[in-house]
Design a protein around this ligand. Structure first.
Ligand SMILES: Cc1ncc(COP(=O)(O)O)c(C=O)c1O
Length: 370
């Protein structure tokens, strides 16, 4: 959504939650009867005091694990299904490694209009089964397919053709971009502190794109912080291309295969050829970058999330454990501090993008911390 002029009031305080940002979003609660379609709260931002001291930075966690399905994708779910209703689309075929699919399923099950046909890798079967309450069989069918994320994306396209249905466009999907943009709007207008770095684990890269888009849509692109996109070493195509100084993602940057790893469940996109060129330009514009971290560093990142008391408390109260993707992102922060591109005293906002789903985290990894 590009605004000819930035709305004077991006926040409409007559509304709660995501509805208050409607002046800069593609939905219109005053004109549409949609308030019953979502009730998620803004997620909290927590100062990680101990870890900040250790790293000599000012580190904050935006805690997306409190979302109903446990990940930041729930905002995306609402905007996507709302868009299908608005455009009269009755069925959509969607690839998901688990989290986006769960969020879309949740919204489809609340809105009870469009039907979803999810294509999910077998490897994510347990993850999808974490939240059965979000999968109303009248509106959601799940097709498990034995393959990598990229192979499942191709399978989703084939299935859509066979069924004469539309397929969801991944990185190019407008509604998903808008949905994730809400995260940045909450940071800007809900929390309100400017940051030097926004850090996120990256697979296809739509989150980083959407974060930047929030600033662009508001006409304040120059205020967008530096962006750090972190990938796992076993599947780091964007990092490979970035290190080579490439403006497009090509063969040599693409991992031949994604070796199995207990520390990498979601971040397994080998060929983000559509998103990388766009993200490369954004990174160059904001002085951001990509980083890769090893399995060992992801494990250390996970443990570091428990250096402060906040997530210990969350675990004792709710049983929720932070997922491997935020651990990957935090490992990137540690590396950035070690390498010196995250400088002492800088304010860093970490997207704690999701809770661990069933089978993601071995509790022995957190031994002595909880
Ligand atoms: C919890 C979590 N964190 C990070 C990511 C990576 O996000 P992106 O799609 O923006 O690369 C995903 C993607 O599915 C995710 O589910």
């Amino acid at each position: 959504m590009q605004f000819a002029s930035v709305p004077k009031h991006p926040v409409d305080s007559r509304f709660e939650s995501i509805f208050k940002y409607h002046p800069v979003m593609p939905y219109d609660p005053p004109a549409e009867n949609i308030l019953d379609w979502e009730d998620i709260a803004e997620t909290p931002v927590i100062f990680a005091e101990r870890l900040s001291e250790r790293l000599d930075i000012e580190l904050y966690y935006k805690d997306e694990t409190v979302m109903p399905s446990g990940t930041w994708k729930d905002r995306e779910g609402f905007v996507s299904i709302h868009r299908l209703v608005k455009n009269g689309v009755t069925d959509l075929v969607v690839f998901s490694s688990g989290n986006t699919g769960t969020s879309l399923a949740r919204s489809a099950s609340i809105i009870k209009g469009p039907r979803l046909h999810l294509v999910v890798p077998w490897a994510s079967k347990k993850r999808i089964e974490t939240c059965p309450e979000f999968f109303n069989a009248d509106y959601v069918t799940v097709h498990f397919f034995d393959g990598s994320n990229d192979e499942c994306i191709v399978q989703a396209r084939t299935m859509a053709r066979t069924m004469s249905r539309q397929v969801e466009g991944g990185f190019l999907n407008y509604a998903r971009r808008e949905g994730l943009k809400l995260f940045a709007l909450e940071v800007m207008f809900g929390w309100g502190k400017p940051v030097d770095w926004y850090v996120q684990a990256v697979a296809g890269g739509i989150g980083v794109y959407s974060y930047h888009k929030a600033y662009r849509d508001l006409g304040i692109e120059s205020q967008c912080p530096k962006l750090l996109g972190v990938q796992a070493e076993i599947c780091a195509p964007m990092v490979n291309a970035w290190r080579a100084g490439a403006s497009v993602l090509e063969g040599p940057h693409i991992p031949a295969a994604v070796v199995p790893s207990d520390f990498v469940r979601v971040l397994r996109t080998r060929k983000p050829t559509d998103s990388y060129p766009v993200l490369k330009k954004i990174m160059d514009g904001v002085g951001g970058r990509f980083e890769a971290v090893s399995d060992q560093e992801i494990l250390e990142g996970l443990r570091l999330l428990y250096a402060d008391d906040y997530y210990k408390g969350v675990f004792h109260e709710t049983g929720v454990v932070v997922g491997l993707e935020p651990a990957t992102a935090l490992a990137g922060v540690v590396k950035g501090v070690f390498e010196g591109y995250i400088r002492p005293g800088e304010r860093v906002l970490l997207n704690v993008s999701g809770a661990a789903k069933q089978g993601d985290v071995n509790m022995r990894w957190l031994e002595g911390l909880l």
